[in-house]
Design a protein around this ligand. Structure first.
Ligand SMILES: *Cc1c(COP(=O)(O)O)cnc(C)c1O
Length: 464
């Protein structure tokens, strides 16, 4: 029988993994040497590995397991849906109940006139849809030369060629290039790039870079601006309070479309249903994925305003779609996930319980000699590691050297906390309880202490 069980010895699983499974965002040879950690089961905020370790997941998988692991209702729904209608497409004038019900539910939850949903299989695919949508919008309006999309350096919008091009991560561009017509402006990262400016002045200046770019490119060539309300993969960069209002003003003034990439910030992560509500953004399009299904099924999409939808519809058929757009099983599971979030008050739990409880403890991490700033919006947080808090200095070692050492200690202490360069980041399941937050903080402190000791011992605690 061709069945892989969780009961093979870990070394054997690691050998098969290295021999046949090519991992995303991974140095394959490094992995083959060390062996991957094999995760075997999960419940709530807890992961189990093949060695029996019980790990607290401070990252909700990849920012996606909003309702926590192991909710059997989703499996029940998936089975029922598979038995009833395992697959049908939504091309060529056909539809099915799960896609209809999920689209209607998303339209109900989304703010303003965001009333139309185009489904994709992931966040990357949804952003590819968005590139086509905004360019098509201006074509139908008789301005086909408006096709440039302005995005931010160190933004993340996925890893397809379209999504990776919208993203502003140069290592990704270096592997295979990027598509044309995308321009990147500087990010609103005050800690690293704000110099002597106040956060507020810096936020304004970085937003005004959008206006400068529009004028340089020519407003007759610009289709849209895209940004994550809070940059996630870039290091949980929370923009200064002045940033988004100024971006909104500029998009309104020049009449360019605003895309909010809500793949992480959607579905409760920031203490509202959408990050756009937390920051007062009024987007024409939202990208969604991750928390839409809490990762129980792969599904993403674009939520589109009446205005954009109507213009694109006027143009006749849109030559775009995925075999699995609105997949019935994924849609049914996502719908059940949204039911749980809504009926169990998960967004309110973030806002009224988990965030306030974590916020105090997270902020107190700045008492640690190596922690400069601590940021937390809803349940999305970061801390900046620095050898000198007063000057916000960077380490002399290559960016990420120190962060990686702390992450290694987290790994050893059964805490999933990632590093982006020398920032440590968390985004736990939204259902995390105060006592679980205590465990997370206790392990984070222990890891910081051990990391700090190692970094000092190795002579790395020096400013660059
Ligand atoms: C994860 C992510 C994506 C890409 O989603 P995938 O499902 O991995 O394709 C896009 N945008 C943001 C903001 C993300 O965090």
């Amino acid at each position: 029988m061709n069945k892989i069980t969780n009961h093979l010895p870990t070394a054997e699983l690691q050998r098969l993994d290295a021999a046949h499974h090519m991992h995303p965002f991974t140095d394959a040879n490094g992995l083959a040497q060390k062996g991957a950690r094999v995760i075997t089961s999960a419940k709530g905020v807890w992961l189990r590995d093949s060695e029996g370790n019980k790990i607290i997941d401070g990252m909700a998988g990849l920012w996606c397991v909003n309702i926590g692991y192991g909710r059997t209702e989703l499996g029940d729904v998936a089975k029922r849906q598979m038995d009833e209608l395992s697959y049908y497409n939504t091309f060529f004038q056909t539809t099915h109940v799960p896609a209809i019900a999920l689209a209607a539910k998303i339209a109900e939850l989304a703010p303003g006139d965001l009333n139309h949903v185009f489904f994709a299989g992931s966040g990357s695919e949804a952003n590819d849809t968005n590139i086509r949508l905004v360019r098509r919008y201006w074509q139908v309006k008789g301005q086909p030369e408006k096709r440039v999309i302005i995005a931010r350096k160190n933004g993340y919008h996925g890893s397809t060629m379209g999504g990776g091009s919208l993203g502003g991560m140069s290592p990704i561009h270096a592997h295979g290039g990027k598509i044309d017509g995308i321009v990147h402006i500087d990010q609103p990262d005050w800690w690293s790039e704000g110099g002597d400016m106040t956060p507020e002045d810096f936020g304004l200046a970085r937003a005004q870079a959008l206006e400068t770019a529009i004028n340089e490119i020519g407003v007759d060539k610009v289709a849209a601006f895209i940004g994550e309300p809070i940059q996630g993969a870039g290091g949980v960069i929370v923009p200064p309070s002045t940033y988004w209002p100024e971006i909104q003003r500029i998009c309104d003034k020049y009449g360019i479309l605003l895309i909010a990439d809500e793949v992480i910030t959607g579905f409760g992560r920031t203490g509202n249903w959408f990050g756009s509500q937390t920051f007062g953004i009024k987007p024409h399009i939202m990208t969604i994925a991750k928390g839409l299904s809490s990762g129980y099924q792969p599904i993403g999409g674009s939520i589109i305003s009446d205005e954009v939808f109507n213009v694109v519809a006027e143009g006749g058929e849109l030559y775009h779609g995925y075999t699995y757009s609105g997949h019935p099983v994924a849609a049914a599971v996502a719908l059940e996930n949204l039911r749980i979030i809504q009926e169990e008050g998960v967004v309110e739990h973030v806002r009224n319980v988990a965030h306030p409880y974590l916020a105090e403890r997270w902020a107190a991490l700045t008492d640690h000699p190596m922690v400069g700033e601590a940021k937390l919006v809803g349940l999305m947080g970061s801390i900046a590691l620095t050898p000198n808090k007063a000057t916000r200095a960077k380490f002399a070692s290559e960016a990420g050297t120190v962060g990686y050492k702390v992450r290694e200690r987290c790994f050893a202490n059964n805490l999933i906390m990632r590093h982006v360069g020398d920032r440590m980041i968390i985004a736990p399941p939204l259902v995390i309880t105060p006592s679980e937050i205590d465990v997370l903080i206790e392990r984070a402190k222990k890891s910081l202490d051990e990391g700090y000791a190692a970094i000092k011992a190795e002579g790395l605690f020096v400013a660059g």
